[in-house]
Each structure stands twice: as C-alpha cells, then as structure tokens.
Write a protein that binds this ligand. Structure first.
Ligand SMILES: CC(C)(COP(=O)(O)OP(=O)(O)OC[C@H]1O[C@@H](n2cnc3c(N)ncnc32)[C@H](O)[C@@H]1OP(=O)(O)O)[C@@H](O)C(=O)NCCC(=O)NCCS
Length: 144
C-alpha cells in the first residue's frame, strides 16, 4: 500500500542515497544536510516521501518564494514506477502550494532527460519556449 507523508530530516540519508543512485537527478552543494534542513524549515510540509509497505519508494521536494512554487528532485524507484506514485507526490506539493496562495509552479529538467520530459508533458506541464534561465554562481563555488 502506498503511503505519502511529509519529509523530515530523518529521511535525509535515505533520500540522498536514492538521488545519488538515480540518473537524471543532479546533486549539488545545495543538497547538503545543512541546506536541506534550511529548505525544509523554510518550506514546511511541502516535501514528501512515498512509502510502499514501509519501503522508501520515491520523494519530491517543493517550496515557494512567496510568488511562485518550485518543484525539485521528483523521483520514484524503478521497481515502483507506473503506479501513480509520482503523480500522487506532485499533487501533494501542488495542493500545499495552492493552500499557501501559490498557483503556478516551475521546475528544471535536464535537456537530456527525455523520460522526465515525457512525464511532465503527459501531465500538462508546459515546456517554456519563451524563457531562457540564467544562473550566476559566486566565484569559487562552482558546485553550489
Ligand atoms: C519521471 C518519474 C518520476 C515518473 O514516476 P512514476 O511514479 O512512474 O510516474 P506515474 O506512475 O505517476 O506516472 C503517471 C503518468 O505519467 C506518464 N508517465 C510516467 N512516466 C513516463 C515516462 N517515462 N514516459 C512517458 N510518460 C510517462 C504516464 O502517462 C503515466 O500514466 P500511466 O502509467 O497510466 O501511463 C520516474 O520515472 C523517475 O523517477 N524517473 C527518474 C528521475 C527523474 O528523472 N525525475 C524527474 C526529474 S525532473
């Protein structure tokens, strides 16, 4: 049976392990224990874990800046895919964001991650053609 619950820092080691072993997910210094704790504290009850019969099956993180929502690190273990777990995780994020007045959410997908692109498009997410994302990293922090 699938159970979705809020992620806590107790989940951090298992979640990082899962991310590390999933192609298509990028881990940076921003995924350190300290940064993740800060993220969860700033965005309480907006990141989720899916368990199947007590086993970690997937996760997602989301948050907002007061204007727009941001979703990241959605992943479901291969053996649990195509059972609606990603959709259930994303829905929990979007409904929590909506409860906080956030009705639009963005996410990044590596251009090489064709499966993720197919997933998001199948769920009605719009691939933006009108925006280029620019990022700036403070010098000396290339893995930030
Ligand atoms: C993308 C991912 C999260 C989907 O997880 P999932 O639990 O299998 O997705 P769901 O079961 O909720 O899928 C719901 C629907 O989305 C679509 N879908 C899911 N995976 C798809 C894929 N690989 N290609 C095309 N459509 C897909 C289907 O319409 C599916 O419904 P169906 O199974 O009835 O056909 C999972 O494949 C994954 O973890 N991939 C690796 C990590 C990753 O790339 N994450 C995204 C980072 S941006």
């Amino acid at each position: 049976m699938i159970h979705i619950r809020a992620m806590t820092m107790d989940d951090y080691p298992a979640v990082i392990d899962l991310m590390r072993n999933t192609p298509g997910i990028s881990l940076r210094d921003a995924d350190s224990r300290e940064s993740t704790a800060r993220y969860l504290e700033r965005n309480p009850e907006m990141s989720f874990i899916a368990e199947v019969d007590g086993d970690l099956a997937g996760c997602v993180m989301s948050g907002h800046d007061g204007r727009r929502g941001y979703l990241q690190h959605l992943l479901v273990l291969p053996r649990y895919r195509r059972r609606g777990i990603a959709n259930a995780l994303v829905e929990r994020c979007l409904s929590m964001l909506e409860a906080h007045g956030i009705l639009k959410c963005h996410l990044d997908v590596f251009k090489t991650n064709e499966a993720a692109a197919a997933y998001w498009q199948s769920q009605g997410w719009q691939l933006r053609q009108d925006i280029d994302r620019y990022s700036f990293t403070r010098p000396g922090n290339q893995n930030a």
